[in-house]
Ligand binder design. Structure first.
Ligand code: SF4
Length: 486
């Protein structure tokens, strides 16, 4: 072009980039008239198994020194590898290597995902928001609250509808939040009619400004079952307050089997089965994920026929964070007293059994679309090959879970990937590394681009723009596992 701009054809945006400038996504630049992928291309090195010292992941990152390593111990990831567009072109790198006497091939590309999102697991009992409530970032709806899991609240973020189906700002805000989450940064999310929560992979969630410490030991009923024996003989009644299932010791099967006598206690809410109550209060961020600040508010009057003055009552939440001890007076009303020493250990034991609260960020994407055409001229064969376990998929060398059914829909724990493995393009869509590893003979059989296969040595002997990173020892080594499928 007249102004020496060059066109980047790595995504549908097709930026014109002037000399010394970068394109819209900052991933590509015009360097002395050449289109250059700006981030270093990451190559994993299984150094540890060669006997070198064990060092934390990434700490060993360094500029590529050009050292050649044997084929089985080097894995070319897609991080920084670039993308080919349109899809019928072969992927940027199709690398052959020999592992344990087997010829292998790894097809490497940075996939552009319009169909992608994040499933976030937030370990907390605190109510973040009602199911289906919108989750917002920068004021835009970027996802929703989905079904709770055991001790965790789940968010479904991103997806094609938020990326492409709303306003331009909604798509941009969605892409921005997904990118930050996937690259390990903290993102503050606001849930409609609910909490404000800071989410960061591998870190405790911060709910309405309070850092969560632990996730619950179990539901209220499970907590009764777990600790009934430790309470037996030391207390007359225990109520474990829980937004979902509140447990009552004397009525629960665990109490019955131990011979705990009836206490005449009455709970608000709906009795499900003996000693298990639903809906004792509204959801909230206090006792056991309810809105209860005064635990006595979930109790009715004690039955005068069964209760007795001096009856000892412990009320505790599912994390042990909240607890209170009461004794009934002559009027059969509970009066708060100091927790007796012989009960302190059981409350401490509940806390001890609660795991640290963390946020988990799982990237989920669909590689079942056009991305496959960069691997083979007959894309459905790649899907079949993945289904038949002949092809292994990794993301930046990390293992993925592939959903059963059609297409190639996968999930990956972003904390098992190298940091900053994700990028974006302003269409908007997320860019995620993806590698397909299989035996060379299988690659040929599925219609792979055999003429584009190049040896590993042709990649690792060039140090320009490459970075060697020590592979994590807790990730399976992709090449080895595939090679053993002889
Ligand atoms: S947005 Fe990035 S990948 Fe897409 S054309 Fe522009 S520079 Fe290239």
């Amino acid at each position: 072009m007249a102004d020496d701009a060059i066109r980047c054809d790595a995504c549908p945006v097709l930026c014109y980039i002037k000399p010394g400038r970068t394109g819209s996504c900052d991933r590509y630049g015009n360097y002395e008239g050449k289109l250059v992928r700006l981030d270093p291309h990451v190559v994993l090195d299984r150094t540890v198994e060669r006997g070198d010292s064990v060092v934390p992941f990434l700490e060993r990152s360094r500029d590529w020194d050009g050292t050649l390593v044997s084929h089985g111990e080097t894995f070319v990831t897609a991080i920084g590898a670039g993308t080919t567009y349109p899809d019928y072109k072969p992927a940027p790198f199709i690398i052959s290597s020999q592992v344990e006497g087997v010829d292998m091939v790894t097809v490497v590309t940075e996939g552009i995902f319009s169909y992608c999102g994040v499933k976030a697991k937030i370990d907390t009992d605190r109510h973040l928001g009602a199911e289906c409530s919108s989750v917002r970032s920068q004021g835009e709806a970027i996802g929703h609250v989905t079904t709770s899991e055991y001790g965790s609240q789940m968010l479904s973020l991103g997806g094609v509808r938020h990326l492409t189906g709303g306003s331009r700002h909604e798509g941009t805000a969605t892409c921005d939040a997904l990118l930050k989450l996937c690259n390990g940064s903290a993102v503050e999310l606001k849930i409609d009619d609910g909490a404000r929560v800071v989410v960061q992979a591998g870190k405790p969630p911060i709910v309405d400004g309070v850092q969560e410490e632990r996730m619950r030991v179990g539901c209220g009923s499970a907590t009764i079952g777990m600790f009934a024996k430790q309470w037996f003989g030391k207390i007359d009644e225990v109520v474990v307050v829980d937004d979902h299932i509140t447990g009552v010791l004397s009525e629960h099967q665990a109490g019955k089997l131990l011979g705990v006598p009836e206490t005449g206690i009455k709970l608000r809410g709906r009795r499900s089965t003996p000693g298990r109550y639903f809906q004792v209060a509204d959801p909230g961020t206090s006792w056991g994920g309810t809105n209860v600040d005064d635990p006595l508010s979930i109790l009715g009057k004690f039955s005068a026929k069964k209760a007795w003055p001096g009856l000892r009552l412990l009320m505790v939440s599912t994390t042990g964070e909240h607890h209170a001890y009461f004794e009934l007076g002559e009027d059969l009303k509970p009066h708060e007293r100091e927790l007796p020493a012989n009960l302190r250990q059981s409350v401490a034991r509940i806390k001890e059994n609660c795991e640290p609260a963390l946020c988990t960020v799982m990237f989920m994407g669909g590689a079942g679309g056009s991305l496959r055409a960069g691997v083979t001229e007959n894309p459905v064969k790649l899907t079949h090959s993945v289904r038949d376990a002949l092809t292994r998929i990794t993301c930046g060398g990390a293992p993925v879970y592939v959903w059963p059914g059609g297409g190639i829909t996968f999930m990956v724990d972003i904390t098992r990937m190298p940091q900053n493995a994700f990028g974006y393009v302003p269409t908007p869509a997320l860019v995620a590394p993806i590698e397909f590893t299989l035996k060379l003979v299988d690659y040929s059989a599925l219609g792979g681009y055999m003429e584009s296969v190049r040896p590993l040595s042709s990649v690792v002997s060039h140090q320009d723009g490459r970075r060697r990173v020590t592979a994590r020892t807790d990730n399976p080594w992709p090449l080895q596992a595939e090679a053993r499928k002889k």
